[in-house]
Design a protein around this ligand. Structure first.
Ligand SMILES: NC(=O)c1ccc[n+]([C@@H]2O[C@H](COP(=O)([O-])OP(=O)(O)OC[C@H]3O[C@@H](n4cnc5c(N)ncnc54)[C@H](OP(=O)(O)O)[C@@H]3O)[C@@H](O)[C@H]2O)c1
Length: 249
Protein backbone atom coordinates (compact mmCIF):
# COMPACT_ATOMS: atom_id res chain seq x y z
CA UNK A 1 0.00 0.00 0.00
CA UNK A 2 1.16 3.57 -0.68
CA UNK A 3 2.64 5.04 2.48
CA UNK A 4 0.54 8.24 2.51
CA UNK A 5 -2.80 6.79 1.38
CA UNK A 6 -5.71 8.77 2.89
CA UNK A 7 -3.48 11.57 4.19
CA UNK A 8 -3.65 15.27 3.36
CA UNK A 9 -0.30 17.06 3.12
CA UNK A 10 0.29 20.82 2.99
CA UNK A 11 3.68 21.72 1.51
CA UNK A 12 4.69 25.38 1.61
CA UNK A 13 7.00 26.75 -1.07
CA UNK A 14 6.36 23.93 -3.50
CA UNK A 15 6.61 25.76 -6.81
CA UNK A 16 10.20 24.60 -7.26
CA UNK A 17 13.12 22.76 -5.69
CA UNK A 18 12.68 20.29 -2.88
CA UNK A 19 9.11 21.39 -2.10
CA UNK A 20 8.04 20.60 -5.65
CA UNK A 21 9.93 17.26 -5.63
CA UNK A 22 8.25 16.40 -2.32
CA UNK A 23 4.79 17.26 -3.69
CA UNK A 24 5.39 14.95 -6.64
CA UNK A 25 6.57 12.12 -4.37
CA UNK A 26 3.76 12.56 -1.84
CA UNK A 27 1.12 12.47 -4.61
CA UNK A 28 2.69 9.28 -5.97
CA UNK A 29 2.49 7.82 -2.44
CA UNK A 30 -1.27 8.40 -2.32
CA UNK A 31 -1.48 11.73 -0.47
CA UNK A 32 -3.84 14.56 -1.29
CA UNK A 33 -1.52 17.54 -1.53
CA UNK A 34 -1.73 21.31 -1.16
CA UNK A 35 1.14 23.24 -2.70
CA UNK A 36 1.80 26.90 -1.95
CA UNK A 37 3.92 29.67 -3.37
CA UNK A 38 3.95 33.44 -3.41
CA UNK A 39 3.69 33.84 -7.18
CA UNK A 40 0.52 32.80 -9.01
CA UNK A 41 2.46 32.38 -12.27
CA UNK A 42 4.92 29.97 -10.64
CA UNK A 43 2.07 28.10 -8.96
CA UNK A 44 0.34 27.70 -12.35
CA UNK A 45 3.59 26.46 -13.88
CA UNK A 46 4.16 23.95 -11.04
CA UNK A 47 0.53 22.80 -11.20
CA UNK A 48 0.89 22.14 -14.92
CA UNK A 49 3.69 19.69 -14.12
CA UNK A 50 1.81 17.73 -11.45
CA UNK A 51 -0.98 15.25 -11.83
CA UNK A 52 -3.11 13.66 -9.14
CA UNK A 53 -5.20 14.90 -6.25
CA UNK A 54 -3.74 18.31 -5.40
CA UNK A 55 -4.63 21.98 -5.20
CA UNK A 56 -2.43 25.08 -5.44
CA UNK A 57 -2.99 27.99 -3.05
CA UNK A 58 -1.19 31.32 -3.34
CA UNK A 59 0.13 32.19 0.12
CA UNK A 60 3.06 34.37 1.13
CA UNK A 61 4.88 32.47 3.87
CA UNK A 62 5.61 35.76 5.67
CA UNK A 63 1.93 36.72 5.94
CA UNK A 64 -0.15 35.43 8.84
CA UNK A 65 -3.26 36.44 6.93
CA UNK A 66 -2.20 34.22 4.02
CA UNK A 67 -1.39 31.35 6.39
CA UNK A 68 -4.88 31.61 7.88
CA UNK A 69 -6.35 31.53 4.37
CA UNK A 70 -4.16 28.51 3.53
CA UNK A 71 -5.41 26.48 6.49
CA UNK A 72 -9.06 27.51 5.89
CA UNK A 73 -8.96 26.68 2.17
CA UNK A 74 -7.21 23.35 2.81
CA UNK A 75 -9.87 22.32 5.33
CA UNK A 76 -12.67 23.54 3.06
CA UNK A 77 -11.30 21.46 0.16
CA UNK A 78 -9.88 18.34 1.80
CA UNK A 79 -11.50 18.42 5.28
CA UNK A 80 -8.34 17.49 7.22
CA UNK A 81 -4.58 18.04 7.54
CA UNK A 82 -2.26 15.15 8.42
CA UNK A 83 1.11 16.45 7.24
CA UNK A 84 2.48 19.97 7.31
CA UNK A 85 5.84 20.42 5.55
CA UNK A 86 7.02 23.96 6.31
CA UNK A 87 9.50 24.19 3.50
CA UNK A 88 9.22 27.71 2.02
CA UNK A 89 12.39 29.70 2.52
CA UNK A 90 14.83 32.14 1.01
CA UNK A 91 18.60 32.38 1.09
CA UNK A 92 20.82 35.45 1.14
CA UNK A 93 24.36 36.17 2.27
CA UNK A 94 26.00 39.31 3.66
CA UNK A 95 28.90 39.57 6.09
CA UNK A 96 27.39 41.03 9.27
CA UNK A 97 29.15 44.35 8.59
CA UNK A 98 27.17 44.71 5.34
CA UNK A 99 23.85 43.34 6.59
CA UNK A 100 20.76 45.50 7.03
CA UNK A 101 17.65 45.51 9.19
CA UNK A 102 15.52 45.05 6.07
CA UNK A 103 17.46 41.93 4.99
CA UNK A 104 17.40 40.45 8.51
CA UNK A 105 13.63 41.06 8.85
CA UNK A 106 12.85 39.55 5.47
CA UNK A 107 14.88 36.37 6.16
CA UNK A 108 13.32 35.92 9.60
CA UNK A 109 9.77 36.74 8.40
CA UNK A 110 9.83 34.13 5.65
CA UNK A 111 12.12 31.47 7.15
CA UNK A 112 11.13 31.59 10.82
CA UNK A 113 8.04 33.64 11.67
CA UNK A 114 6.00 32.20 8.79
CA UNK A 115 6.58 28.51 9.60
CA UNK A 116 6.06 29.14 13.33
CA UNK A 117 2.65 30.77 12.89
CA UNK A 118 1.53 28.42 10.11
CA UNK A 119 2.19 25.57 12.54
CA UNK A 120 0.27 27.43 15.26
CA UNK A 121 -2.72 27.91 12.96
CA UNK A 122 -2.72 24.28 11.77
CA UNK A 123 -2.28 22.59 15.17
CA UNK A 124 -5.93 22.84 16.32
CA UNK A 125 -6.91 20.91 13.19
CA UNK A 126 -4.30 18.14 13.43
CA UNK A 127 -5.27 14.70 14.65
CA UNK A 128 -3.20 12.10 16.53
CA UNK A 129 -0.73 10.60 14.06
CA UNK A 130 -0.17 13.93 12.30
CA UNK A 131 3.33 15.06 11.43
CA UNK A 132 4.84 18.56 11.23
CA UNK A 133 8.12 18.84 9.38
CA UNK A 134 10.34 21.92 9.19
CA UNK A 135 13.05 22.48 6.58
CA UNK A 136 16.14 23.73 8.42
CA UNK A 137 19.66 23.70 6.92
CA UNK A 138 23.15 22.40 7.58
CA UNK A 139 24.06 26.06 8.17
CA UNK A 140 22.22 26.01 11.50
CA UNK A 141 25.08 24.01 13.02
CA UNK A 142 27.94 25.60 11.07
CA UNK A 143 29.70 28.95 11.26
CA UNK A 144 30.03 29.65 7.56
CA UNK A 145 31.04 33.24 6.83
CA UNK A 146 28.37 35.51 5.31
CA UNK A 147 25.29 33.58 6.38
CA UNK A 148 24.67 34.79 9.94
CA UNK A 149 21.03 35.86 9.39
CA UNK A 150 20.09 32.83 7.27
CA UNK A 151 21.81 30.36 9.61
CA UNK A 152 20.19 31.96 12.66
CA UNK A 153 16.74 31.84 11.01
CA UNK A 154 17.21 28.08 10.57
CA UNK A 155 18.74 27.52 14.04
CA UNK A 156 15.59 29.15 15.46
CA UNK A 157 13.52 26.58 13.57
CA UNK A 158 15.65 23.77 15.02
CA UNK A 159 14.87 25.08 18.48
CA UNK A 160 11.15 25.43 17.69
CA UNK A 161 11.10 21.77 16.60
CA UNK A 162 12.35 20.66 20.04
CA UNK A 163 9.77 22.72 21.94
CA UNK A 164 6.82 21.81 19.71
CA UNK A 165 7.78 18.13 19.89
CA UNK A 166 7.42 18.24 23.66
CA UNK A 167 4.24 20.36 23.56
CA UNK A 168 2.47 18.25 20.92
CA UNK A 169 3.84 14.77 21.72
CA UNK A 170 1.08 14.14 24.29
CA UNK A 171 -1.47 14.73 21.49
CA UNK A 172 0.24 12.14 19.28
CA UNK A 173 1.54 14.80 16.89
CA UNK A 174 5.18 14.44 15.86
CA UNK A 175 7.42 17.41 15.00
CA UNK A 176 10.72 16.95 13.18
CA UNK A 177 13.10 18.66 10.78
CA UNK A 178 14.94 17.73 7.64
CA UNK A 179 18.28 19.53 7.39
CA UNK A 180 19.60 19.77 3.83
CA UNK A 181 23.20 20.43 2.95
CA UNK A 182 23.89 22.08 -0.41
CA UNK A 183 21.14 20.96 -2.78
CA UNK A 184 20.86 21.74 -6.48
CA UNK A 185 17.70 23.89 -6.64
CA UNK A 186 16.64 27.23 -8.12
CA UNK A 187 17.32 28.93 -4.75
CA UNK A 188 20.90 29.58 -5.85
CA UNK A 189 19.65 31.85 -8.64
CA UNK A 190 17.47 33.94 -6.29
CA UNK A 191 20.07 35.37 -3.89
CA UNK A 192 21.72 38.78 -3.57
CA UNK A 193 24.98 37.24 -4.83
CA UNK A 194 26.38 37.51 -8.37
CA UNK A 195 26.70 34.34 -10.44
CA UNK A 196 30.46 34.38 -9.83
CA UNK A 197 29.97 34.72 -6.06
CA UNK A 198 27.41 31.88 -6.07
CA UNK A 199 29.82 29.65 -7.98
CA UNK A 200 32.63 30.47 -5.53
CA UNK A 201 30.34 29.82 -2.55
CA UNK A 202 29.10 26.54 -4.10
CA UNK A 203 32.64 25.31 -4.77
CA UNK A 204 33.72 26.12 -1.22
CA UNK A 205 30.68 24.41 0.27
CA UNK A 206 30.91 21.25 -1.82
CA UNK A 207 34.55 20.85 -0.75
CA UNK A 208 33.20 20.44 2.79
CA UNK A 209 30.85 17.63 1.75
CA UNK A 210 32.41 14.17 2.18
CA UNK A 211 30.37 12.89 -0.77
CA UNK A 212 31.90 15.74 -2.81
CA UNK A 213 28.75 16.85 -4.57
CA UNK A 214 25.52 18.82 -4.23
CA UNK A 215 22.44 16.81 -3.29
CA UNK A 216 19.24 16.57 -5.28
CA UNK A 217 15.78 17.78 -4.29
CA UNK A 218 14.52 14.24 -4.66
CA UNK A 219 16.99 13.06 -2.00
CA UNK A 220 15.45 15.53 0.45
CA UNK A 221 11.94 14.53 -0.68
CA UNK A 222 12.62 10.88 0.25
CA UNK A 223 13.59 11.93 3.79
CA UNK A 224 10.54 14.22 4.02
CA UNK A 225 8.43 11.19 3.05
CA UNK A 226 10.01 9.05 5.76
CA UNK A 227 9.52 11.70 8.46
CA UNK A 228 5.94 12.39 7.36
CA UNK A 229 4.83 8.77 7.15
CA UNK A 230 4.07 6.20 9.83
CA UNK A 231 7.44 4.55 9.03
CA UNK A 232 8.96 7.12 11.44
CA UNK A 233 6.22 6.79 14.07
CA UNK A 234 8.67 6.90 17.05
CA UNK A 235 10.86 9.73 15.72
CA UNK A 236 10.00 13.04 17.38
CA UNK A 237 11.89 16.31 17.95
CA UNK A 238 14.64 15.11 15.63
CA UNK A 239 16.50 16.68 12.75
CA UNK A 240 17.68 14.36 9.97
CA UNK A 241 20.59 15.76 7.96
CA UNK A 242 20.52 15.18 4.19
CA UNK A 243 23.90 16.75 3.64
CA UNK A 244 26.30 14.17 2.21
CA UNK A 245 27.97 14.13 5.63
CA UNK A 246 28.78 17.84 5.75
CA UNK A 247 27.65 18.44 9.33
CA UNK A 248 28.82 15.03 10.56
CA UNK A 249 32.59 15.25 10.02
N1 LIG B 1 19.08 24.48 -1.78
C1 LIG B 1 19.85 24.39 -0.73
O1 LIG B 1 21.07 24.23 -0.87
C2 LIG B 1 19.26 24.43 0.65
C3 LIG B 1 20.04 24.00 1.73
C4 LIG B 1 19.52 23.99 3.00
C5 LIG B 1 18.21 24.39 3.22
N2 LIG B 1 17.46 24.80 2.17
C6 LIG B 1 16.06 25.18 2.45
O2 LIG B 1 15.20 24.38 1.67
C7 LIG B 1 13.95 25.05 1.48
C8 LIG B 1 13.54 24.91 0.03
O3 LIG B 1 14.47 25.60 -0.77
P1 LIG B 1 14.93 25.12 -2.23
O4 LIG B 1 16.38 24.98 -2.19
O5 LIG B 1 14.10 24.01 -2.70
O6 LIG B 1 14.67 26.45 -3.06
P2 LIG B 1 13.58 26.95 -4.09
O7 LIG B 1 13.57 26.10 -5.30
O8 LIG B 1 13.80 28.41 -4.25
O9 LIG B 1 12.22 26.68 -3.31
C9 LIG B 1 11.77 27.56 -2.33
C10 LIG B 1 10.28 27.62 -2.45
O10 LIG B 1 9.79 28.53 -1.44
C11 LIG B 1 9.03 29.54 -2.09
N3 LIG B 1 9.04 30.77 -1.35
C12 LIG B 1 10.07 31.62 -1.11
N4 LIG B 1 9.63 32.67 -0.40
C13 LIG B 1 8.30 32.48 -0.20
C14 LIG B 1 7.31 33.21 0.45
N5 LIG B 1 7.55 34.40 1.02
N6 LIG B 1 6.06 32.70 0.46
C15 LIG B 1 5.76 31.53 -0.15
N7 LIG B 1 6.66 30.80 -0.80
C16 LIG B 1 7.93 31.28 -0.80
C17 LIG B 1 9.67 29.67 -3.45
O11 LIG B 1 8.85 30.39 -4.33
P3 LIG B 1 9.49 31.48 -5.35
O12 LIG B 1 9.74 30.71 -6.58
O13 LIG B 1 8.46 32.52 -5.48
O14 LIG B 1 10.77 31.98 -4.75
C18 LIG B 1 9.84 28.20 -3.79
O15 LIG B 1 8.62 27.61 -4.15
C19 LIG B 1 14.19 26.48 1.95
O16 LIG B 1 13.61 26.66 3.23
C20 LIG B 1 15.69 26.58 2.04
O17 LIG B 1 16.12 27.53 3.00
C21 LIG B 1 17.95 24.85 0.91
Amino acid sequence: MSSLQGKVAVITGATSGMGFDTAKLFISEGAKVVITGRSQAKLNEAASQLSGDFIAIRADAASLHDSEKLIDQTLAHFGQIDILFLNAGIFGAYPVAESSEEFFDSIFSINTKGPYFTAKLAIPHLRPGASILFNTSVSNVKGMPGVSAYAASKAALRSIVRTLASELGPQGIRVNAVSPGPIETPIWGKTNLSEEEVNGFATGVSQQVPLGRFGKGTEVAETALFLSSDASSYINGAEIPVDGGMAQV
